[in-house]
Design a protein around this ligand. Structure first.
Ligand code: ZN
Ligand code: ZN
Length: 800
């Protein structure tokens, strides 16, 4: 998608190295361009084949020219020579702006589009500092730490650095798989260490003395793909980065932070939440962008069942059509299983139509999901670039650093969670003077259904706020304990960790976990503080194990295990059916046998909540809305077996323990009188409130960066703590994650969108696109779609 002016114009040789830091390669090599390149024509083909009514909206996104910048004076000549040698001679304006800030010691977050060359922003200042540091007595006058959310991305960066080969620069990855010997080498000799926040937490900070020489020279900390750190994971990473700053201070250094992010609404705010001090945001993208025809697409309904065709199936049909017409296409699905299904279905369709490449073989369609080895990914990237692969099905793993861009068309199956993700995925298509086609195919859920009917919510709104709560006491407690184990805590540290820090430390001290001495708070136990917390969720995990073979089919967190792998459950994993013969919670094992018994199962659960604390309340005309702490208790009590026709063939009791969750929630109450006034009388309230709750959960991701699995809800016709009909939506994590707080702040907009969706849905009695929920513990009963509409309109007090 970027101009070719700054690269050699010759087609890339097949073995071209992966040092592709700044630009998409010239893809015209190997592609058959004679077929004609016209996104409008491709769209006409799609509507001819599937019907014009499938398209709910077309948006023409104009081309954006690039804005060039000069190279700064301060770049080390060796670094410039290496970059120039890799064909990277030209800078875009945002790269220059970001690298100047970093070089002058200002914390900076660069938030620009896919393939806009964000790596250069941190590579140029860090490599220059490292090279200048050669002159110090140790030869390591400056070091840098690069953190990415995945091991794979760190490995990619290492490949790029190795290919650049700046003389004298030593770089190494440092992750869970690094052997001890290599770890020692990295600590003692590497200038650049490529790692992840988990390793900083588990290894670098607890053993900071071993790292002292690296830390003493630490000039830059790079946090790549920082938009990934949100919700509870974000809170953990923010605590780790603050601990890192504290340990650095102990060694007399204050490294500059350089953050790179996909487009987010509030990069400066997000960056500050992550590192704990203000930073400058660079958001004006100077790289060129190709024009795009962007299409919102509603899948057809199946003639027999009347159900909507899944987004994945529909996307496969579209990808097959596009590949057939000569457009190199990538499709994104939300799950690994979806990716496999998409690729298989596309291949089958192409084979069925006997579509052949010029060489007489079917056009290759590949599947790409996370977990591939770096070499496998390089190979795939190469085959996409050369035009060999004509269709690629991928999960959002492709969002994270895999270097594929410049395709002809992108099909996104199901809302990727955020507008920023949609732009990133669509951004894989198009390059200079070659406009692209982007299609979003709606999945059968309320949010997707709403978005394709309200294109302004896709194209007109800024990207969502990144939700994170660095002050969550549940998250802070183990990190403050770990911080005390690293360097004793003293009063000034409390500013770094936020307003709750002192309270949390006092609680830890009373519990005997920390000990207070005149010089500060110390870790008081024998074991390692950091062993008590994992950054990626603290929930216990249940393994799903096949009987006889002992093969681990997968894992599931304990909360979901009660619902999905209870004894007797039929569990579908990556398209295969298993029957659970026993769930042993103590051992953390669900034993399964493979096979499809011919029925499905649905767990039945009861759940309640009590209000622990009310932090804020707003009184609207139709409802009273509150935010605060709640205790949610739930128990899976039984399950039903159903035939594919929906007929229930049995209900069976279960003996599972109750589960409790202390978390944060938003809830609202409406008076029985006001509900009766809109025709929702007492007997209808449970069905109306339950349906409204489901729809509201489905629509919350429009306001906050969460998905419906991050949150839960409970509705009741009369709550003991409020004395009124109450609908409550909570964060699905102990201590909260910030989602419900966001919901409270945007309650009117959120409920307005919810009411609009329910009202607009063409179904009669509720469907997955409005009020049915795939995770309902009550088998989607009772649900009253029509009265949910009345209830929501009454809450908003704007008539029915
Ligand atoms: Zn519906
Ligand atoms: Zn429900």
């Amino acid at each position: 998608m970027e101009a070719d002016g700054h690269r050699d114009a010759a087609p890339a040789p097949p073995s071209r190295p992966a040092a592709d830091l700044n630009a998409s390669p010239d893809l015209s090599a190997g592609l058959d361009l004679s077929a004609g390149h016209d996104p409008q024509a491709w769209l006409r083909l799609l509507t001819d084949r599937h019907g014009p009514e499938r398209v709910t909206h077309v948006e023409q996104l104009p081309e954006r020219p690039g804005s060039l910048a000069e190279w700064p004076e301060w770049v080390a000549p060796e670094v410039y020579a290496a970059l120039a040698g890799a064909g990277l001679r030209t800078l875009w304006s945002h790269q220059r702006e970001g690298m100047d800030l970093a070089h002058s010691g200002h914390d900076v977050v660069v938030s620009t589009g896919t393939a806009s060359g964000k790596s250069l922003v941190y590579l140029v200042p860090t490599l220059s500092a490292v090279v200048e540091g050669f002159a110090s007595p140790t030869g390591r006058g400056a070091t840098a730490l690069y953190l990415s959310p995945t091991k794979a991305l760190a490995a990619d960066q290492l490949t790029r650095l190795t290919t650049l080969a700046v003389p004298g620069v030593r770089a190494a990855t440092y992750d869970g798989d690094t052997p001890t010997e290599e770890r020692r080498w990295a600590r003692d000799h590497a200038h650049l260490i490529l790692s992840n926040p988990d390793l900083v937490h588990h290894s670098m900070l607890p053993r900071h003395r071993q790292w002292s020489r690296f830390l003493r020279a630490l000039r830059f900390v790079v946090v790549d793909e920082c938009h990934v750190y949100r919700g509870v994971f974000g809170s953990h990473v923010s605590a780790v980065l603050r601990r890192l700053r504290r340990v650095c201070a102990r060694y007399g250094v204050d490294p500059t932070f350089v953050l790179a992010s996909a487009t987010v609404a509030d990069p400066a705010e997000h960056g500050e939440a992550l590192i704990g001090r203000p930073m400058t945001a660079v958001t004006t993208d100077g790289s060129p962008r190709a024009a795009m025809t962007a299409v919102l697409w509603e899948p057809k309904t199946d003639d027999e069942s009347g159900a909507r065709v899944s987004a994945t199936t529909e996307a496969a049909a579209l990808m097959a059509d596009l590949v057939e017409t000569g457009a190199q296409t990538v499709s994104f699905a939300r799950s690994r299983a979806g990716v496999e299904a998409l690729a298989t279905s596309t291949r089958r369709r192409l084979a069925g139509r006997q579509v052949l490449s010029p060489d007489g073989t079917p056009p290759p369609v590949a599947a790409y999901r996370g977990g591939y080895l770096p070499q496998e990914r390089r190979e795939l990237e190469r085959e996409v670039r050369s035009g060999q692969i004509r269709g690629l099905a991928a999960t959002n793993a492709l969002e994270l650093g895999v270097d594929v861009a410049g395709l002809d068309a992108v099909v996104v199956a199901g809302w990727p969670g955020r507008r920023a993700s949609l732009w990133q995925q669509w951004g894989r298509a198009g390059r200079a003077a070659r406009p692209a086609l982007g299609v979003f195919v709606a999945a059968d859920d309320p949010l997707d259904a709403y978005l394709i009917r309200h294109p302004r919510a896709v194209f007109g709104e800024p990207v969502e706020h990144t939700v994170m709560d660095p002050g969550n006491p549940r998250v802070l407690a183990p990190h403050l304990a770990a911080a005390a184990a690293e360097v004793p805590l003293t009063d000034p540290d409390f500013d770094l960790f936020g307003p709750h820090a002192r309270d949390v430390v006092d609680r830890l001290t009373r519990a005997g976990i920390l000990r207070r001495r005149p010089t500060g708070w110390y870790w008081a136990r024998e074991d390692r503080a950091t062993d008590h917390v994992s950054l990626r969720g603290v929930a216990a995990v249940v393994s799903i194990v096949e009987r006889g073979t002992g093969r681990v089919v997968g894992t599931i967190d304990e909360a979901s295990a009660h619902q999905q792998v209870h004894t007797g459950a039929v569990h579908v994993h990556q398209g295969d059916s298993y029957v659970v013969t026993e769930l042993d919670l103590d051992a953390g094992v669900a034993t399964v046998v493979r096979g499809d018994p011919g029925w499905s199962t649905t767990a039945q659960a009861r759940s309640e909540f009590r209000i622990v604390r009310r932090d804020r309340t707003i009184r609207y005309a139709g409802a009273e809305v509150s935010y605060g702490a709640v205790r949610v208790t739930g128990q899976v009590t039984s399950f039903v077996r159903r035939l594919p026709s929906g007929e229930v063939i049995g209900q069976h009791g279960l003996d599972l323990p109750e589960r409790a969750l202390e978390t944060m929630a938003v809830w609202w109450t409406q008076s029985e009188e006001s509900l009766a006034a809109v025709g929702v009388v007492a007997e209808h309230i449970p069905g109306a409130a339950h349906a409204a709750e489901h729809a509201a959960i489905g629509m919350l991701p429009l306001m906050a960066t969460c998905d419906r699995w991050d949150i839960g809800g409970v509705s009741t016709d009369l709550h003991p703590d409020t004395g009124a009909p109450t609908i409550m939506i909570y964060d699905g994590y102990p201590g909260g994650a910030g989602f419900s707080e966001q919901a409270f702040g945007q309650w009117r907009a959120w409920l307005t969108a919810t009411a609009t969706r329910v009202q607009e849905c063409a179904c009669e009695r509720g469907c997955p696109s409005c009020v049915q929920s795939p995770k309902c513990g009550n088998g989607n009963e009772p649900l009253d779609k029509v009265r949910a509409c009345a209830l929501l309109r009454s809450a908003l007090a704007d008539g029915v």
